[in-house]
Design a binder for this molecule. Structure first.
Ligand code: PLP
Length: 386
């Protein structure tokens, strides 16, 4: 049996999205900047796509900029706002559990002379709103707090954060990569000034993302060139990609609510059964989390070993341990919520999606306890650490 439970890493393209994109690769291949009919056709498709994305989050059409990814969107926002507003100040606030796209951009900005405050989080991964308020200074130009965490699924109180930023007159950016298309987002109701998304996280194509930039926001472009995307992101537009992203958004509109219900049930069923394993723990909040996210830590074992063993049973999941890093640093998110090194190393993220079946969760519930037990038998940690 092959079971894909890594939807937080990426999702398969919905076949209907592919169908919508296809013509824009060959028949309707024009450059959206050209004046002839091929160009106009591409431009129309691009603007229709922009409108669909804008409406979904209650933004204006001209407030949506297509990008090559969420990473690009996040880099453009953080660097673009920092450089455009440095006369006002050079202070930015973010959280300690952001995605690396945010954290590494912040580190780079620190090297350029900007000052970053990294807000701590509680044991569930929530930022403290009072600490946020207290951290905002006269020279603060941006607050960037993610909507939902990619590892533990915690959903931050975005509306309250937006309200605080608005009251204090500071721009607010949210990395909505994991939440967009799963939970409703209204940029006006939530007082969001800037927002980043990535199509491949909601059944759209890889290599295309978007940024919402509230009208009138002072921002420097990252890419200079032919002046595409209102001068904010030069380079010939990926029309097929934008059409795909928009089609994925259109489908989310219809499918988001019923899917949330189905996944919440499946997720809770999975969590209930996995927690029957001795010395297993849930990371993140029991209910204020994404409907598709479950994250555990198991005493005495390594997350990487778990992922490899599960893979041998055909199950795809992921771990918060840094398998690609030679330093073997555990996940910064799990450390920030207070786990010890060895606890964070024993973590496993299981993320569900629209194609997940109950039979697949049953199979996982059957396999995982066996895998944990086998790994514990050979664990060098057992006995040394309790
Ligand atoms: N932000 C979050 C919360 C993510 O989960 C990801 C991807 O995993 C990104 C940003 C970066 O997205 P992309 O790799 O599509 O640029």
């Amino acid at each position: 049996m092959k079971v894909y439970l890594d939807y937080a890493a990426t999702t398969p393209l919905d076949p209907r999205v592919l169908d919508a994109m296809k013509p824009y690769f060959y028949k309707k291949f024009g450059n959206s900047m050209s004046l002839h009919s091929w160009g106009r056709e591409a431009k129309q498709a691009l603007e229709d796509a922009r409108e669909t994305v804008a409406k979904f989050m209650n933004a204006k059409t001209e407030e949506i900029i297509f990008t090559g990814s969420a990473t690009e969107s996040i880099n453009s926002v953080l660097k673009g706002i920092a450089f455009a507003n440095k006369e006002k100040g050079k202070h930015i606030i973010t959280s300690s559990i952001e995605h690396h796209a945010v954290l590494e951009s912040c580190k780079w900005l620190e090297k350029q002379g900007f000052e970053i405050t990294y807000l701590p989080v509680d044991k569930y991964g929530f930022i403290d709103l009072e600490k946020l308020k207290a951290s905002i200074r006269n020279d603060t130009v941006l607050v960037s707090i993610m909507h939902a965490n990619n590892e533990i699924g915690t959903i931050e109180p975005i509306e309250e954060i937006g309200k605080i930023c608005k009251e204090k007159g500071v721009l607010f950016h949210t990395d909505a990569v994991q939440s967009f298309g799963k939970i409703p987002i209204d940029v006006n109701k939530m007082n969001i000034d800037l927002l980043s998304i990535s199509a491949h996280k909601f059944y759209g194509p890889k290599g295309v993302g978007a940024t919402f930039i509230r009208k009138g926001t002072k921002i420097e472009p990252l890419l200079h060139g032919g002046g595409h995307e209102f001068g904010l992101r030069s380079s010939t537009e990926n029309v097929a990609g934008a059409v795909g992203l928009a089609e994925a958004v259109r489908l989310r509109k219809k499918e988001m609510r019923p899917e949330e219900k189905k996944l919440t049930k499946l997720r809770d069923y999975l969590i209930k059964n996995i927690l029957k394993i001795e010395n297993s723990h849930l990371n993140g909040h029991p209910v204020k989390r994404l409907s598709n996210n479950a994250n555990f830590w198991f005493a005495f074992i390594e997350g990487e070993a778990l992922v490899i063993q599960l893979d041998s049973y055909g199950i795809a999941a992921s771990t918060g341990s840094a398998c690609s890093s030679s330093t073997l640093e555990p996940s910064h998110v799990l450390m920030a919520i207070g786990l010890k090194h060895e606890e964070a190393h024993g973590s496993l993220r299981i993320s569900l999606g629209k194609y997940t079946k109950k039979s697949e969760i049953d199979y996982t519930i059957k396999v995982l306890p066996k895998v944990v037990e086998n790994l514990r038998k050979i664990s060098p940690f057992k006995g040394k650490w309790k």
